[in-house]
Ligand binder design. Structure first.
Ligand SMILES: [Zn+2]
Ligand SMILES: [Zn+2]
Length: 349
């Protein structure tokens, strides 16, 4: 009889249950990770709310950190030791498609391969007690890092990928639209890059936190016309880099208008609903502005993210709004969907 483990499954809209799954076993080149902490990302929240339609039951969880508890027979025991803390890039990569071979594992054609092998259950499976992964998917962490903080390696890695596209330079103006967790993580990285950060965010407490985290200028877009304000700040040009972290298409259109000639406009957030926006091809022709997206982390951006966290170059601890035991996962989801929380973490002990 194979051993069992607990997992948190979304079984219907706004309802989670603990279910038993078969505890996975590591193959020769794999490690078994005891997941200690898993952050609830927007994706899981959207499935919980019934906005993202996934086959149910669904076990999400891709922002995870834990400890190595078992290693396969061919794993280098000098590098990977039982008890070591690790961050996990759980997102699947095939390693051999066009995108993987170009260092863009985040665009892997197999990326949606589901990891939960149990029959009839969908999802990537990080909201479980254990997960089996290849050693290429883990980053061994120093002992003194908290595993709650280490769950943020994945969202920070998404932001690193976004920065590879936006690539702001010293002294540039960076506009960040939205002061949720992803906007705040963009802010922390933008300040490392020596830029002036202008954040558009309607909620006052968030604007206040943004200033505490180093934001230079905040604008309430409900009361001030952001396009006029940003143009006034940039000699009429618009910003060098605009990161749009909000899912609203009208804002996406505004993001483009906030970007100056030669600038880069990054659609970081997915759009719900996905409504097309107006862009003038002539304006693109004359401005040489680049409009692009950023999705998930490549291996390279995950590596940079772990460095940012373990070397204490950014401190995102204020963005952890609560920690719940997995037996209270329902409460954790309810807290996560509140508009005033950043990341909520589910702990497995
Ligand atoms: Zn995420
Ligand atoms: Zn691939």
């Amino acid at each position: 009889m194979s051993e069992k483990m607990k997992a948190v499954a979304i079984v219907e809209k706004k309802k989670v249950e603990l279910i038993n799954l078969t505890k996975p076993m590591p193959k020769s080149n794999q490690v078994l990770i005891k997941i200690k902490a898993c952050a609830l990302c927007t994706h899981e929240q959207r499935v919980y709310l019934g906005i993202s339609k996934m086959p149910l039951p669904f076990i999400g969880g891709h922002e995870i950190a834990g400890k190595i508890v078992q290693i396969g027979r061919d794993v280098d025991t000098q590098k990977y030791k039982i008890g070591s803390k690790v961050a996990v890039r759980i997102l699947y990569k095939c390693g051999s498609c066009y995108y993987c071979r170009h260092g863009k594992e985040n665009l892997c054609v197999e990326t949606n391969t589901l990891l939960v092998n149990e029959q009839g259950i969908s999802g990537i499976g990080g909201l479980s007690e254990y997960v089996v992964v290849d050693t290429s998917q883990i980053w061994v962490l120093p002992d003194d890092i908290s595993l709650e903080k280490a769950t943020l390696a994945e969202p920070v890695a998404c932001v690193v990928n976004s920065f590879e596209k936006g690539n702001p330079g010293l002294g540039d103006d960076v506009v960040i639209i939205g002061g949720g967790i992803m906007g705040m993580l963009h802010l922390l990285c933008a300040k490392l890059r020596g830029t002036r950060v202008i954040m558009l965010e309607p909620v006052q407490e968030r604007r206040k936190l943004a200033h505490e985290l180093g934001c230079d200028i905040t604008i309430d877009p409900m009361h001030t016309d952001p396009i006029r304000a940003v143009r006034n700040l940039t000699d009429g040009r618009g910003a060098e880099v605009v990161f749009n972290t909000t899912p609203i298409s009208a804002v996406a259109e505004q993001a483009v208008q906030l970007t100056g000639s030669m600038g880069r406009c990054i659609m970081f957030s997915s759009q719900h609903p996905d409504k097309p926006i107006n862009i003038s091809p002539n304006w693109l022709h004359y401005s040489e502005t680049v409009i692009t997206g950023a999705v998930s982390p490549s291996v390279r951006s995950f590596d940079a993210s772990v460095n940012l966290l373990t070397k204490n170059l950014i401190n995102p601890e204020k963005l952890i709004s609560g920690v719940f035991d997995y037996t209270e996962a329902g409460k954790a989801f309810e807290e996560a969907i509140k508009p005033d929380t950043f990341r909520i973490i589910v702990k497995f002990d």
